[in-house]
Ligand binder design. Structure first.
Ligand code: HEC
Length: 482
């Protein structure tokens, strides 16, 4: 062999070794030699909190799983239709990915610095791009938390958790969720990676948010301090809205596919424990104020199904005259449910169903607005959509897509008090805990309208994502100063 050829050969072998280097570590060696870092890092934290980051969609960026299921370091390929890895696959992922970190030191761990923006201290180049723009990114902080093995991370470390009231706004045509601080009426954070969120509820303790994800058919569990998706729980079908029990232990999800069901999830164990068949595909589900029942409504069959939350069986049903849209409940002095206020398909008004007698007792139209033309585009047979009752039980609020308005009624006699313009296609309304302010999702404006209920004036119109629909007011754990 001539010297030149030999040098080329050596170079070629070295190249091959280099290219295979990552693969070799990740793939072949994994089985033979366990990762030296495995014993220093928490497997369950990795499985439940780190792995969802590999699946999450960041705006404008490809997902880690898209490349790394075939590239290096290797992620196990998801089974068809699976939204997460099996236990065995998670163990393999753990073995591979613990090699890309230096326990105790996030700032030199490849997993953290390779996909991080160069300006924020990241590597010069990553074939998968700059996935995080700063070390303050909630995902980055979560990874750092895993690597350091403690809850205290970087700059945020010194700050202890506090709980703040937030308005959580989903975006029905978006892939993210906006979080509004009602004190400043500013968007204070954006939760990425939830494509077509339908509904949202907050855990009563303030530690988590639960979203129904229409793109993946999952319940997405978000840690409210880190904003990371800690688990995606597979549902029995495409979901619509959801409710949470007052003790925070169970979540009820409406399945919007025929024949219709309500999934029951144990959110302590983070698993689906039951699928309750109901009459017709489900649009909205609510837990009654006393926590004793989950009430679902079907657009397809016009049936309301009342599920007992102790037995998770249907206790009774009631059939309306047309599709069941949003509902809200008022209470007797002992806290038990008194009436259901229901919005119906193709009806610009509210039907009132008495809980004790299980009959509609009255219904009333939401008044036409003289001189204003009705908006008829994209109504989806729901001219009226969105209800709320103030905590002092004085007012019932209802939204109109026809007129882009919020109507207020006195709950005592159901007489109109006021109405005002809130924006195009209002879809949903949540109130601050003091009942003074309403946050209305104006789907046609890509904005949230803020109304002061004492003066019945709009005080802000906050831009959010694409087609904002359901929202909620939740207590959230927060580490930052805001
Ligand atoms: C578009 C495809 C693509 C995406 C998306 C992607 N990567 Fe990569 N990644 C690569 C390629 C290619 C390499 C090897 C070349 C390189 O080092 O940049 C790589 C390398 C890496 C490495 C190894 C660095 C080293 O030198 O050991 C890590 C760690 C990594 N990626 C993490 C991630 C994480 C975490 C995500 C998601 C947040 C992600 N990647 C998203 C393509 C991708």
């Amino acid at each position: 062999m001539k010297a030149t050829t030999r040098r080329l050969c050596v170079a070629a072998v070295m190249m091959a070794a280099l290219t295979a280097g990552h693969v070799g570590l990740a793939g072949q060696q994994a089985a033979a030699t366990p990762s030296p870092n495995a014993s220093k890092l928490d497997y369950e934290f990795f499985r439940d909190q780190v792995q969802p980051i590999f699946l999450a969609k960041r705006p404008g960026r490809a997902r880690c799983i898209t490349c790394h299921a075939t590239g290096t370091p290797r992620l196990q390929a998801l089974a068809d239709g699976a939204t997460s890895w099996t236990e065995a696959q998670s163990r393999q992922n753990f073995d591979v990915w613990t090699r890309s970190v230096v326990p105790g030191n996030p700032n030199v761990s490849k997993l953290l610095v390779h996909p991080l923006a160069r300006a924020a201290g990241g590597d010069v180049f990553h074939g998968g791009g700059q996935q995080w723009t700063s070390k303050d990114d909630p995902e980055w902080r979560l990874l750092a938390q895993w690597v350091t093995g403690g809850p205290k991370v970087g700059g945020a470390a010194a700050q202890s958790l506090s709980y703040k009231t937030r308005i959580i706004q989903t975006n029905a045509a978006g892939d993210d969720v906006h979080v509004i601080d009602p004190a400043s009426n500013k968007v204070v954070s954006i939760i990425p990676g939830i494509e077509v969120a339908h509904g949202v509820v907050g855990a009563p303790a303030g530690d988590r948010l639960y979203f129904t994800n229409e793109s993946l058919h999952t319940l997405d569990v978000v840690d409210s301090a880190s904003l990371a998706i800690i688990k995606r729980i597979a549902l029995s079908g495409r979901p619509n809205n959801l409710g949470v029990t007052n003790d925070g232990k169970k979540v009820y999800v409406g399945i919007a596919q025929a024949p219709g069901a309500v999934d029951v999830l144990d959110v302590v164990k983070l698993e689906r424990i039951k699928t309750v068949p109901v009459d017709g595909s489900v649009h909205n589900v609510y837990v009654t104020p006393d926590g004793k029942f989950a009430v679902s409504g079907s657009v397809a069959t016009s049936v309301i199904s009342v599920i007992d939350t102790t037995t998770d069986a249907v206790a009774w049903t009631y059939k309306e005259t047309s599709g069941i849209r949003p509902m809200i409940f008022d209470t007797n002095p002992d806290g038990s449910t008194r009436r259901i206020f229901v919005q119906l398909s193709n009806y610009h008004g509210i039907a009132v169903v008495d809980w004790a007698t299980r009959k509609e007792v009255t219904r009333f139209d939401m008044a036409d607005i003289a001189g204003e033309t009705k908006e008829l585009q994209g109504l989806q047979a729901a001219p009226a959509h969105g209800l709320a009752i103030t905590p002092d039980k004085k007012m019932l609020l209802a939204l109109s897509k026809w007129y882009g308005r919020m109507y207020a009624y006195s709950l005592a006699d159901l007489k109109p008090i006021a109405d005002l313009h809130v924006g195009h296609h209002p879809e949903w309304v949540s109130l601050t805990p003091d009942g003074k302010t309403a946050y209305i999702a104006a789907a046609g404006d890509n904005a949230v309208s803020v109304v002061d209920l004492a003066t019945m004036k709009e005080t802000a119109h906050i831009p959010v994502g694409q087609v904002p629909k359901r929202n909620t007011t939740a207590k959230m754990a927060t580490r930052s100063a805001n």
